[in-house]
Design a protein around this ligand. Sequence first.
Ligand code: NAD
Length: 381
Amino acid sequence: MFPPDQPDRRTFLAAAGWLASTAMSKDVPLAPPDKQSADAKMPDPPQKKAGWAVVGLGKLALEEILPACALCKRSKPVALVSGHPDKAKKVAAAYDIDPKAIYTYENYDTLKDNPAVDVIYIVLPNSMHAEFTTRGVKAGKHVLCEKPMAASVAECEGMIAAAKAAKRKLMIAYRLRYEPFNMKAIELVRGGEIGKLKSITASHCQNTEAPNIRLSRELAGGPVGDVGIYCLNACRYLTGEEPTEVTAIAHQPKDDSRFKEVPESVAFTLRFPSGVIATCDCSFGTDESRRYRALGADGFLQLDPAFPYHGLRLTVQKSAKISEYKLEEKNHFAGEMDHFSECVLDGKDPRTPGEEGLADVRVIAAIEEAWKTGKAVAVSK
Ligand code: NAD
């Protein structure tokens, strides 16, 4: 109807609003400037990550710790220590670790010449924790050691002294101190949510099939150090106190060859200075039970389950009214590793240092004496 560029056509299109935008933006440059202004908002740079060497490529290291590294913000695996070079090569390839950074238990001490390694994570049988922690700090590295810290009080004291002498940090891997449900339970119980705390019951039991490091006395296995320690540690972190006295009984069935060297089940009680009484049981011969209940003058708090890697459930019951705390689940191992990396990189003290592991091992020694003698035993200081 209108030939191109004729005034009548422009008037018609403008009236229809079709030309409005081009007419108004006539003098605006369409291409962005080739330089951003100096005060443009920049993204936060990634935080520096500590380099980790994982020692012992067993079930925990392969199924939990190394996969959790992908969720870490401040920790990355850079070296492996293993007695099985073929397995270690496969793991190194999967996690993009330089194959030159694979060590054996024999040349472990040469980690001192690898500046990429800041932290060593000991994931070996309990009987090897003391030796590898001590060699690790002597190689100039900070050490995170799995629980239980070691086979005896003397070994724990030696590890703490070695770390101090080498001016290196030592932390024990109590993963539940780095996840939201147990931390909330501590806050609620110590904050008086259930009134004055009177007693705790805790249970950590499972079926442990042979062969397993947990069934060997030589490797410092046994249910108290392996699973009972979660009940014991929970009683200590809920009360914030150290138990003064323990009693215990154990059962070691003669007709089950799994229990030739360690008891199947141990039940123990702990007396705390405030008057709190804790009753705990642990076993390698039952279906799963992983829970605790803290009973106060005004109600009780329950975490059931309390100890597994996933699916923790926290409730508080007061005057027959039950409230459930729905918290966001966090990976326990990533939280624990990043905490220690932060300590190492930013000069902080770990929440669960060697002294925390030693405190548990002191009680474990008293529990063992109690079930062997049948007497109440005072916890050594
Ligand atoms: P595992 O038996 O699966 O692995 C042990 C590793 O140590 C294997 O790689 C094995 O080859 C190596 N090893 C070296 N010398 C050995 C020897 N003389 N005998 C046997 N193995 C030897 O055990 P795991 O379940 O991975 O447990 C390892 C450590 O981690 C233990 O201290 C255990 O208490 C702890 N752990 C902690 C948690 C947790 O939730 N924090 C869970 C499981 C295990």
